[in-house]
Design a protein around this ligand. Structure first.
Ligand code: CA
Ligand code: CA
Ligand code: CA
Ligand code: CA
Length: 237
């Protein structure tokens, strides 16, 4: 993520207290050296989404300027549209994401990702949350003015909902989407509170349809990745 458009990757960090911290890279991309850090503001005051800020950067309204979407402990997602430039983002106000005619409330600890899940050319949202599930918000409008029906859970081929299991209380799913095994189908990586990462893999040659409303044929199976715990832990602290 290049916050100030200088070609150097920067770091944006959501904090437990609801703030979003920016650390600008003042060196290069092969050996980043980060500046001390500042708290992102909107309307002249520090952004505060309550608790457990989970920010993502995306040009939400497709006006060519990066915007900010922030999930939080309340289970909502705040949208901050950039009224400045890409080099100097500036935010005034925010609104809460709506789905199915109501303010989206996924429960708790909303951790969103933006991705065109059903491959129809419209960006969708996938959301991790407190209970370890992954919710899908299908964009039924446009890319410059997205609109969503109610959130649906992702399901596995066995009919169970995709969920990060955890022996340490609430799982707190956080996800990333990538074609992990390079078979041309998107897979889902989910991290949880215990520091582990699970891979939910779309099997090749699948004839299974997850659910009709997902409008996507996927055969999801699960593998636990034996990734060194201390490395993964550093990503989710
Ligand atoms: Ca930069
Ligand atoms: Ca924008
Ligand atoms: Ca889509
Ligand atoms: Ca794949």
């Amino acid at each position: 993520m290049d916050w100030n458009n200088d070609g150097l990757h920067d770091l944006l960090v959501g904090n437990g207290d609801g703030h979003v911290h920016l650390f600008l890279n003042r060196h290069d991309n092969s050996d980043p050296i980060l500046e001390g850090g500042s708290i992102i503001q909107a309307g002249g005051t520090e952004i505060d989404v309550g608790m457990r800020a989970a920010p993502i950067v995306n040009d939400w309204n497709e006006d060519g300027r990066k915007d900010l979407l922030i999930g939080n402990f309340e289970g909502t997602i705040h949208v901050y549209l950039n009224e400045g430039t890409n080099a100097e983002p500036d935010f005034a106000t925010s609104y809460l994401l709506v789905a199915g005619g109501n303010v989206l409330d996924i429960g708790s600890r909303a951790a969103p990702r933006i991705f065109d899940w059903n491959d129809d050319g419209l960006k969708d949202i996938l959301i991790g949350e407190l209970e370890g599930y992954v919710y899908y918000l299908k964009n039924v409008a446009s890319n410059d003015n997205p609109a969503f029906n109610r959130a649906e859970k992702l399901f596995l081929k066995n009919g169970n909902p995709l969920r990060f299991p955890s022996s340490k209380g609430v799982p707190r799913s956080r996800l990333y989407i990538a074609d992990w095994n390079n078979d041309g189908q998107n897979d889902v990586l989910v991290g949880g509170v215990d520091g582990k990462v699970m891979l939910f893999r779309a099997a090749s040659g699948s004839t299974y349809t997850v659910t009709d409303h997902l409008n996507k044929s996927l055969n999801l199976s699960v593998e636990t990745l034996k990734i060194v715990k201390k490395i993964i832990k550093s990503l989710f602290i």
